[in-house]
Design a protein around this ligand. Structure first.
Ligand code: URA
Ligand code: SF4
Length: 195
């Protein structure tokens, strides 16, 4: 796909999400958070859902968890503008509750289209919900385990656009009040540098 086509396809997703009423979350969100970053990124980060700051700005990972993510990227000298960042849900769940199965089902066709357009070489799945969804979609269902067991490991998947590395990571939010977790995340992030 050439750059113009990529822009056009991503714009279509944006327009659809802005109008979307496929699950109840559109009723309580302020702004949907579609995705941000390099449209031809080699690495894509998939978080869970917007929080309060993201809901206000429409930008992914712009609050406390985003600060941690920035710090982690900086620790391996990767710029935020080089990667693509999005979530499994585009609208904020009330009081940041967990995503519901029907919401994930309704929303993830957008994410799958984003992945097929950007065609990353690696997807970092942040946290349990994102990991379970990405593993399931890319034929790794039998490898799904809790994030504490599989974080920082590289899994290989085959897709229509070529081979894809899938790397489950702890969600950066777990490190906001826990410096041990931040060190574990930093260690896991070093893998990305070596890809
Ligand atoms: N947590 C997420 O999973 N995604 C965001 O965009 C912000 C916080
Ligand atoms: Fe649509 Fe996804 Fe928002 Fe639900 S969360 S309303 S499916 S964009």
């Amino acid at each position: 796909m050439d750059v113009e086509k990529i822009e056009e396809e991503l714009r279509k997703i944006k327009d659809e999400v802005l109008q979307c009423q496929k699950c109840v979350l559109y009723q309580t969100r302020i702004l949907p958070v579609i995705g941000q970053g390099n449209h031809q990124a080699k690495i894509m980060f998939v978080g869970e859902a917007p929080g309060a700051s993201e809901d206000k700005t429409g930008r992914p990972f712009c609050g406390a968890a985003g600060k941690i993510l920035d710090e982690l990227l900086e620790s391996i000298s990767i710029k935020r503008e080089e990667v693509y960042i999005c979530n499994i849900l585009k609208c904020r769940p009330p009081a940041n509750r967990n995503p519901k199965t029907e919401e994930i089902e309704a929303c993830t066709p957008y994410l799958l289209r984003q992945i097929e357009i950007v065609k990353p070489k690696a997807i970092c799945a942040l946290g349990n919900f994102s990991t379970a969804f990405i593993f399931e979609k890319y034929g790794l269902r039998d490898k799904i385990e809790g994030i504490s067991k599989i974080h920082g490991n590289i899994f290989e998947a085959k897709t229509l656009f070529g081979s894809l590395k899938i790397i489950p990571l702890y969600h950066p939010a777990v490190a906001t009040y826990n410096s041990n977790m931040k060190e574990i995340l930093k260690k896991d992030f070093r893998i990305l540098k070596n890809l």
